[in-house]
Design a protein around this ligand. Structure first.
Ligand code: ADP
Ligand code: ADP
Ligand code: MG
Length: 613
């Protein structure tokens, strides 16, 4: 067995790997960038090496620095986690060339599955059903269009080097093809440095079903059943579960066997996931499930598989990397109960899921569910990395129990003042279609508004909080025992609110402010005076950068007349594009942004002057 392990990652997955390594008596080494100097993974590891500035290209993505860190600390092996260098075959090879153990598949297996088109060719040869489509070399727009016409609309254009839900365009009609192709190629070139695409039939009523596979260096390959990751936003997973709702034994047998064949076809060693797309218009049927891609690493959602099988997949990875055979044979694995995972992001659903950064003054996810996280209360959420801050995982005897436990755990979440998607996750879990297991990948896009959590706490929660806030000391002009009455004006996250209440119960002690947590959302209620009176200037038309980022387009010029809601410019930050719009009708009185410019948080990008002055 390994004695020491370097984890070439950060956040929750680094902490997750450290936990198992520690249980196995393996010494752990963390790596960290400037922004992560005080991060949880650094404190949890036995040893830690600083590998550079905060941007990933100067730290977590620099293979040489990571290998040097392993050498310097005498680590025997490198675990890449997911994302970052995990699917980089050249890095895997360099690790091996440096005489270190790579906790992952052979570079050749990563390469074989790295490009979606080559992977699909390989799967066709291995007898695995693949999504119908065009995989050819000929990338001329006219040729691609002719192929799309042949496949029949809707089609999906996909970057062959794509990942993370990027570089994909659905095309519903022939006349849209040329534009969509261009925009897909542009995104593919800028995100993956490769503008080649493939075309797939767009599967209607699509469900994302994937199978966890595991191979060892003795030629064994098993599967650990399926997961359903159909609840997605913009092709990115939001809630995952295992097993898949509505999966019968024969269909499970068929797709898990296909997944094992897929892994065997590339001599797979270690943890991997075969992703399938299913046409679920008539339920899950073996002849309507097709191979989509393979992820040659541990998956974000691996905990749901752990919860239903009772296995520790990181332990399996470390045993396999040490040369041991798989801990279990296929017939020793079975499904017990149901598990569901939600990805908790530092983002604001009400602002188009804009990532939210800053200090986590309050962060408490309770103990009702399994929490895999890389942050603690007091941590800073920086703009440099993925905004996922935790995974909340619930187990139940059946789907309903797992779903309710997860919804309860998320309802009680406290995350403040950083915004989180917990309230949105609660709404999604409680949506009737999801609750009844009738989910497809388009649910969030269709139901978007219905899933938006409340902008304010309920009247009742506000009144309780206000009463607690003033404690036994009545505010000027009010008598506590007079009912009904108005408690007064307070500040809710900085904005004035007047709170009415009949028959208030006095709270314990007066305090400056307190947090209201309801249905996954957290607000701060403060005394009007304590916070210094009427909160900040509003409506002055200043357009500030909501976070540090890069301006990628400027859609107006100084002096232009703009209407409320009109897009002014686009900022790229935290791997997403954010459109900044005019707050009211007016003219562009000031414009300080130019395309390509790097801007700091709160930089004044533009100022809109009201038409009527
Ligand atoms: P896929 O959709 O291809 O299956 P996953 O949903 O499993 O991929 O997630 C991988 C994604 O996780 C990466 O593309 C990246 O955006 C994100 N990621 C990478 N590293 C981290 C990290 N340390 N913490 C949180 N998220 C990460
Ligand atoms: P990535 O590498 O970005 O994870 P995938 O090929 O795994 O890309 O696709 C991501 C998501 O896009 C899937 O989970 C699914 O929701 C959707 N998708 C992919 N291919 C199809 C298809 N042919 N028809 C319908 N939806 C698809
Ligand atoms: Mg995928």
């Amino acid at each position: 067995m390994l004695k020491s392990l370097l984890i070439a990652n950060r956040g929750e997955i680094a902490c997750r790997i450290i936990r198992t390594a520690r249980e196995m008596g393996i010494r752990t080494v963390a790596v960290y960038s400037d922004a992560d100097a005080n991060a949880l993974h650094v404190r949890q590891a036995d040893d830690a090496v600083h590998i550079g500035p905060s941007p990933v290209r100067e730290s977590y993505l620099v293979g040489d620095k990571i290998i040097a860190a392993a050498r310097q600390t005498g680590a025997e092996a490198i675990h890449p986690g997911y994302g970052f260098l995990s699917e980089n075959a050249d890095f895997a090879q360099s690790v091996k060339d440096a005489g270190l153990i790579w906790v992952g598949p052979n570079p050749a297996s990563i390469r074989a599955m790295g490009l979606k088109d080559a992977a699909k060719e390989r799967m066709i040869a291995a007898g695995v059903p693949v999504t119908p489509g065009y995989l050819g070399e000929d990338q001329r727009p006219d040729h691609l269009k002719a192929e799309a016409d042949k496949i029949g609309y809707p089609v999906l254009i996909k970057a062959v080097a794509g990942g993370g839900g990027k570089g994909m365009r659905r095309v519903d009609a022939a006349e849209d093809f040329a534009d969509m192709l261009q925009s897909c190629q542009r995104e593919a070139a800028s995100s993956f440095g490769d503008d080649r695409v493939l075309i797939e039939k767009y599967i209607l009523s699509p469900r994302h079903i994937e199978v966890q596979v595991f191979g060892d260096s003795h030629g064994n390959v098993v599967h650990l059943f399926e997961r359903d990751c159909s609840l997605q936003r913009r092709h990115q997973k939001v809630i995952e579960e295992a097993p898949a709702p509505g999966m019968d034994a024969d269909t499970r047998e068929a797709i898990c066997a296909a997944a094992v064949r897929a892994a065997q076809a590339v001599d797979y060693v270690g943890a991997g996931t075969i992703e399938f797309i299913a046409d679920a218009s008539e339920g899950l049927r073996a002849d309507r499930i097709w191979f989509m891609e393979m992820n040659t690493r541990l998956q974000v959602e691996h905990p749901v598989t752990e919860e239903i099988t009772g296995q520790d997949l990181v332990e399996w990875q470390l045993r396999v990397a040490s040369g041991e055979p798989l801990p279990c044979a296929q017939d020793e694995l079975e499904i017990n109960g149901w598990a569901m995972e939600a990805r908790l992001y530092a983002e604001d659903p009400a602002k188009g899921f804009l990532p939210s950064i800053g200090r986590l003054e309050a962060f408490d996810l309770g103990d009702e569910a399994r929490i895999d996280t890389g942050v603690e209360q007091g941590a800073d959420i920086s703009p440099f990395y993925d905004p996922m801050i935790a995974k909340v995982i619930a187990w139940g005897e059946d789907r309903e129990e797992a779903r309710e436990t997860l919804a309860d755990a998320l309802s009680d979440a406290i995350v403040w003042p950083v915004r989180s998607n917990a309230g949105f996750l609660v709404e999604a879990l409680e949506h009737h279609a999801f609750a009844s297991g009738e989910v497809d990948t388009g649910l969030i896009a269709r139901e978007g508004d219905a899933l938006m959590p409340n902008a304010k706490p309920s009247e009742e929660a506000l009144a309780d909080a206000a009463a607690a806030l003033i404690g036994d000391v009545p505010m000027a002009g009010f008598r506590l025992n007079a009912a009904p009455r108005t408690l007064g004006t307070f500040l809710l996250d900085g904005a004035p609110v007047t709170i009415d209440r009949a028959d208030p119960e006095a709270g314990s002690q007066p305090t400056e402010n307190l947090l209201i947590a309801e249905d996954g959302q957290t607000w701060q209620l403060a005394h009007w005076r304590a916070a210094g009176g009427a909160g900040g200037a509003t409506g002055d038309g200043a357009i500030l950068a909501p976070m540090p980022g890069r301006v990628i387009s400027v859609d107006v010029a100084a002096g232009d007349t703009v209407t409320k809601g009109q897009k002014l410019l686009t900022l790229e930050a935290m791997k997403m594009e954010h459109g900044l719009t005019a707050p009211f009708d007016g003219t562009v009185a000031e414009l300080n942004a130019s395309s390509g410019a790097q801007v700091q948080v709160d930089a004044l990008l533009a100022r809109i002057e009201k038409i009527d002055g």
